[in-house]
Ligand binder design. Sequence first.
Ligand SMILES: C[S@@+](CC[C@H](N)C(=O)[O-])C[C@H]1O[C@@H](n2cnc3c(N)ncnc32)[C@H](O)[C@@H]1O
Length: 295
Amino acid sequence: MHTQHKIILGSSEQMPELADASIQLMVTSPPYPMIKMWDALFAKADPKIEELWSKLDVNGKEETLGQIYESMHDYLRSVWRESYRVLVDGGIACINIGDATRTLNGKFRLFPNHSRVIEICEKIGFITLPYILWKKPTTKPKYKGKGAFLGSGFLPPNAYVTLDCEFILLFRKGNLRKFPPNDAQRYDSAFTKTQRDEWFSQIWTLKGKRQTASALDRRTAAFPEEIAERLIKMFSLKGDTVLDPFLGSGTTVHVAMRNERNSIGYEVDQNLLSIATQRAFKDLFNEIDFQIIKR
Ligand SMILES: C[S@@+](CC[C@H](N)C(=O)[O-])C[C@H]1O[C@@H](n2cnc3c(N)ncnc32)[C@H](O)[C@@H]1O
């Protein structure tokens, strides 16, 4: 099948390149609020966040930390709103996100990003579907937010449960997609019974990408291809268009190409273009159109 793919270098807070109701599936993983590796990106994207960090340095207040968290989610909210606009009725949005922990002035806090995203997406109009827990083969449990339990870790009650799951949140816009009876494209996109039994269960145990990845992949916090592959096959048909508004190293576009879906990815970091382009053409066996658009 001949498919079309676009990488747009620009922010997905606005996606004027995409018409309303033109995308069947969104698969993405945003920068995670309150995870240190993304602090600089959020601060650069929104000067208010930069100011709040400076204020926190002076006042050390939890309230200010809470405002930073909310502002980070405000930034992501505009992308979820745009994604809603461009999805067709019955289109599905898959958002991979992890929670974060942070200690301020010796006080430990959990930032439950997954529940904040659900609240925000429901306000936008999305219907929340049962979600997936992506369990990564674990690192060691933590004691007081640092390192392993050590000896004292066997004593109750002050140790914390390790964050060894991320969330793959699933949402639908509007009603179920409708198809004519015996729709050939739909039957041609069917998954197997084994795939259905494994993919539609709630816990996926898969290694994170970083265990085998290059330094650049580590910088983008790429998700494993297996995650994109499953989601694309579960929630789209051959010939559909898949959007990733936070493209990173290009996993979603690469996997969409391999699976005869069209794709569109947005990325603000131009340094990632070379890795996304190289990956797109690796192992390629389908006939494709590939376009890079600089805003
Ligand atoms: C967690 S990474 C995505 C990793 C991706 N799933 C992969 O497999 O490589 C998030 C990406 O979103 C990008 N980003 C952040 N804000 C953006 C925005 N408003 N529009 C487009 N890309 C953005 C970051 O530069 C980063 O590369």
